[in-house]
Design a protein around this ligand. Structure first.
Ligand SMILES: C[S@@+](CC[C@H](N)C(=O)[O-])C[C@H]1O[C@@H](n2cnc3c(N)ncnc32)[C@H](O)[C@@H]1O
Length: 762
């Protein structure tokens, strides 16, 4: 899930973090004061232009085609958005604003006097009617729009309940976190002060002109601009007229392109209220329902359409697809291999699999002091599909325009590298434009955050960015595009890209992560020894049972993939999710003698030193074997309970190192034995019965289990025992299915390793 740690002095951004935090703390002390020594207008402008020239900016650095940026996406003080309409607010001027305060009950009206820059936020310098100037930082805007189209020079805008703060540069600035707190005014708006109105009034434009402009933008794939033109046309058209219907349908189409399905549906339905059998309206409304995953409604609309227009090819094709989606939704049957191949084609583009969401035998229920949780509604078997969830939003690190940033959260004193700040911005946009869909998101856990009444104000849905950030922190998953790629094993040792190296230097975890949010999986609580496993395929998150589960039992997953000691696990869980874990593994390890734990930790660390040794030379293999065996025996001796009660998770890293020494020494019999021992050590009881490898008892399920199976298969083949290798391979496919989400790609991933080892391939 979400992993983050406080930066340490070794991290490159540590001093930036310290400085910014100091500035923000000092700023708190100046709360309510007027900003001192404000620079003159020209200095504001020249400083802005200077920063514009150096957009890599503060602590940022160009690396290849992507920029690693520092972002403090959350203000030191969380302030809620304005929830009241503009008409109830009182006008203020820049001179009235005080530091570190969101000016409740007030608004200001400003005009941009420069072209914006896009450093962390869309940043501009703006003036008020009295000639006062201020820096304005507008956060969380749609990344698909250019900053210049969001805030061109001369743009007049209203800021509701403006929040003046000390920026991380040390000077003042108005920070706009909440997208619903800003109202952009167009040239005709009566709220624009007289002195800023255009001298020459444009001739009133007809709806047709707006439609033509919109169509031109649409052809150029400029969907925001197209939708804006159609909106203007709709403001001057006769309701219910033919032009009204055309504009509604054109706007619906532009909204569909932008992914604003709810808005598209509203427009198409309005057109249908005038013309119930309008072909385009029926089709676009069906597309909007389909886009929202409402396949029943999509089906009903397409059937109605095809009754009237049986020759409509697109509708026929879409109906077929809708039937497939309904099948997936009801039965959880997917064409996984096809989907996986599609994901591989995405490259550095964004992707979305055309498939439905499956909610298997699970329900949300009360999990006592853990809050809500997910529970099995019937007995399920190892490998059964529990969830195949579509992302509410996901941001993969491979995507070229994904902004990989170091996200500093000054409130939680955390730093994290990856796409998380990008995800927050995108989530905010999704919530802003899809208020119905947003309801499911807002039900998720947000810890102790004090929520304000949301809803609508001035026709805009109110989105509290701080709440979105809190929900993301609690519920988002670090993610990859597929849990196993073809080159999975090689990837473990693959040379990092330039960006990854940069991040590895700067981030405590050394990891560059994609991130995403899935609604149903967000209800799954953590266990360090869980009964289920989650995996990723494109924008899907798949959850399968990692052992047999009884009806009514709580479904759990492991929030931390790393095989940490209990102290480190508890620390990570508390700092990431605010709870102390009391799972069976934690209970057992808490009850252990401290001495045994310290000894285990000491030996694990010693064993890990052999990894460096292992990497240094391919020849030094035999000399590593004896000390590793001693260390492994030593670690094993620190456990006092049987494996099925207390799995030897901490033995895995040393086992992996010894495995490699043994492989190099060409001792397949020992590799075979060691892998079986490791599986036993994790609590698995595996026997061969009636020509099958049968897992009689499920142990601790994690990725290394797959590697142990592969060692058994390849070592079996190397010893010439193809029968054993085949039996284990068949069982390995089932284990792979749990860890990868699907089994169809097993041979894609491990086929080469099997071939090279001479193991049976099909
Ligand atoms: C992703 S949410 C899981 C669903 C959450 N329980 C709810 O009610 O929405 C993560 C939060 O659930 C709670 N949680 C998850 N696993 C837990 C556990 N093992 N013990 C206690 N609380 C847990 C923590 O509050 C954590 O921040």
């Amino acid at each position: 899930m979400f992993r983050y740690e406080e930066p340490t002095p070794e991290d490159r951004w540590y001093y930036f973090f310290q400085r910014a935090e100091r500035i923000l703390k000092e700023a708190e002390a100046r709360k309510g004061q007027k900003p001192l020594n404000k620079p003159p207008r020209l200095q504001y402008i020249s400083q802005h232009n200077f920063l514009k020239g150096a957009e890599g900016g503060e602590g940022g650095s160009e690396s290849g085609k992507r920029t690693v940026r520092i972002l403090s996406n959350i203000a030191y003080t969380e302030h809620p958005p304005c929830v009241v309409p503009f008409a109830t607010l009182e006008k203020k001027f820049l001179d009235d604003l005080r530091l570190e305060i969101a000016h409740r009950g007030s608004y200001i009206i400003l005009r941009a006097i420069v072209d914006p820059n896009n450093y962390v936020s869309v940043t501009t310098i703006a003036e008020d009617e009295n000639g006062g100037v201020e820096l304005v930082e507008i956060y969380n805007q749609d990344g698909r729009k250019s900053p210049a189209s969001i805030m061109p020079e001369g743009q007049v805008f209203i800021l509701k309940e403006p929040y003046l703060k000390t920026t991380s540069h040390g000077g003042p600035g108005i920070r706009v976190d909440h997208v619903s707190d800003i109202i952009f005014l167009d040239g005709e708006d009566e709220r624009i002060p007289e002195k800023w109105r255009p001298r020459i009034r444009l001739l009133a434009r007809r709806s047709l002109d707006w439609k033509d402009d919109g169509n031109r933008f649409y052809k150029e794939k400029q969907y925001f601009e197209a939708a804006q033109c159609y909106t203007k046309g709709l403001q001057v058209v006769e309701p219910g007229s033919a032009s009204d219907i055309v504009l509604l349908l054109n706007r619906a189409q532009a909204y569909l392109e932008l992914g604003y399905n709810e808005k598209a549906l509203l427009d198409a339905d309005k057109a249908l209220s005038y013309e119930p059998l309008n072909q385009k309206a029926l089709y676009r409304s069906a597309l909007a329902c389909y886009g929202e995953g409402d396949y029943e409604s999509a089906r009903a609309r397409l059937v109605k359409l095809l009754k009237e227009f049986p020759e409509n090819k697109n509708a026929k094709e879409k109906l077929l697809r809708t039937f497939r989606r309904l099948q997936e939704q009801r039965k959880g049957e997917y064409e996984f291999l096809k989907m996986r191949n599609e994901v591989k084609e995405w490259g550095d583009k964004r992707g979305k699999l055309d498939c439905a969401e499956y909610v298997g035998p699970v329900r949300i229920g009360d999990a006592g002091d853990k809050g809500r949780g997910l529970f099995a509604t019937r007995d399920v078997k190892f490998g059964d599909l529990l969830l195949c969830s579509k992302a509410f939003n996901v941001c993969h690190k491979e995507v070229a325009d994904a902004r990989i940033e170091i996200l500093f959260n000054f409130k939680a004193r955390k730093g994290q590298a990856g796409t998380h700040s990008h995800l927050v911005r995108e989530l905010i946009q999704v919530l802003y434009h899809n208020p119905k869909k947003a309801k499911e998101f807002y039900k998720l856990d947000s810890g102790d955050y004090q929520r304000v009444r949301g809803g609508m104000a001035d026709g805009l849905s109110v989105v509290d960015s701080h709440l979105v950030m809190r929900i993301m922190l609690r519920n988002c998953f670090d993610c990859i595009r597929h849990s196993f790629f073809d080159d999975h094993l090689e990837n473990l040792f693959k040379e990092k890209t330039e960006v990854e190296k940069m991040i590895a230097k700067t981030s405590p975890t050394g990891a560059v992560e994609g991130s995403g949010l899935w609604i149903m999986p967000s209800y799954i609580n953590h266990s360090c020894w869980p009964n289920s496993a989650r995996s990723f395929l494109g924008d899907l998150l798949i959850v399968r049972a990692a052992r047999d589960i009884h009806e009514g039992e709580e479904i759990t997953i492991n929030y931390i993939e790393k095989l940490f000691s209990i102290q480190k696990r508890q620390q990570a869980l508390y700092s990431g999710w605010g709870f102390n874990c009391k799972c069976t593994l934690c209970e057992i390890e808490t009850a252990e003698q401290q001495e045994a734990q310290d000894k285990r930790q000491e030996l694990v660390e010693k064993a890990l030193k052999f990894e460096t040794y292992l990497r240094q030379s391919v020849n030094k293999s035999n000399s590593g074997i004896a000390p590793m065996i001693t260390l492994i025996n030593g670690i094993e001796a620190t456990y006092s309970k049987p494996e099925f009660v207390h799995p030897r998770v901490r033995l895995l890293s040393s086992t992996k190192i010894l495995q490699e020494f043994l492989v190099r020494a060409e001792r397949p019999a020992d590799v075979f034995l060691l892998a079986k021992q490791a599986l036993n050590g994790l609590g698995f009881k595996i026997t061969t019965k009636g020509g099958k490898v049968v897992i009689e008892r499920y142990g601790y399920m994690c990725y290394p289990v797959m590697h142990m199976f592969m060692h058994i298969i390849t070592a079996g083949a190397a010893m010439g025992d193809l029968w054993t290798a085949t039996l284990w391979r068949n069982a390995a496919v089932n284990v792979y299915e749990v860890l990868a989400g699907e089994k169809e790609s097993f041979f894609d991933v491990f086929g080469r390793a099997l071939l090279e080892a001479g193991a049976p391939f099909d």
